[in-house]
Design a protein around this ligand. Sequence first.
Ligand code: FE2
Ligand code: FE2
Length: 287
Amino acid sequence: METSSDLAVRLTRASRRMQWDVYNAITWPDQLVEGAWWMPPELVSIYGTSAWDALDETQRKSLSKYELGNFFSLVLQGERPLVAGLSDRLYARSNDKNITQYLHHFLDEENKHMVMFGEFCHRYIGKVYPEKKISLPREYAKGEEEVAFFCKVMVVEELGDYYNTTIEKDERIEPMVREVNRIHHVDEARHLAFGRQHLAEVFEQHRAKWSDEQLTGFRQWLVDYLKASWGDYYNPTMYRDAGLDDGYELRQLAMTHPACAAQRQRASAKLVSYFIKTGLLAEEPAL
Ligand SMILES: [Fe+2]
Ligand SMILES: [Fe+2]
């Protein structure tokens, strides 16, 4: 079977072949096409609720713009600790030369993504939304921090990729918005392939040394982390920027409404099935 080290060799080759320059590859128009959707309506956080039904077309499109800005911002904010963590792992004793070589590309590509998302958000939204997630200090069992790091990578990348691929295919979406999603997906397909294989190996290697209690605790942390990540999609400031003044109520609505829960379940299906297949989770969590 192909190991993550073997896979890293192939992915390094692909990254070199497909190398791109973030400063010259993209021509940013002064203005984006008026009246287009930025986030597909079905992916807007309050779609399917009475609050959505109450909005007219202009309000819905305005919300779809800020939802997209929030989405790009939260991917960017997830890439910051990802780059830091990858950098910490370069030339680590536990990683062979092939993996370190690929991590250089992974890190380089994530840095470019942050430049791209940052540029888009500054130009067309006027800001990058700040990070909201609070990281609680906790004690780790041996190897747990390593497994947790690659789980966080999978969460930001798999959820992000669900949005990227859905938006990229949607003809109702503003062309530049589609293009940025497409560019991101091309690099992410390699990161996801590596992450899936590498995390499975890292988990396999460490879980044998964990007690049942530690494994249960870890799974609980993972479910909580996944839920917190979904919370980031329901940003009160984003609702306010779209001209809706009850931002906290809308966040609450999105977190509790069955239509929104069904959407979370759909968007997380691939990720959750990976976690179950590898044993990182024992069962499908209620999201
Ligand atoms: Fe990325
Ligand atoms: Fe990535």
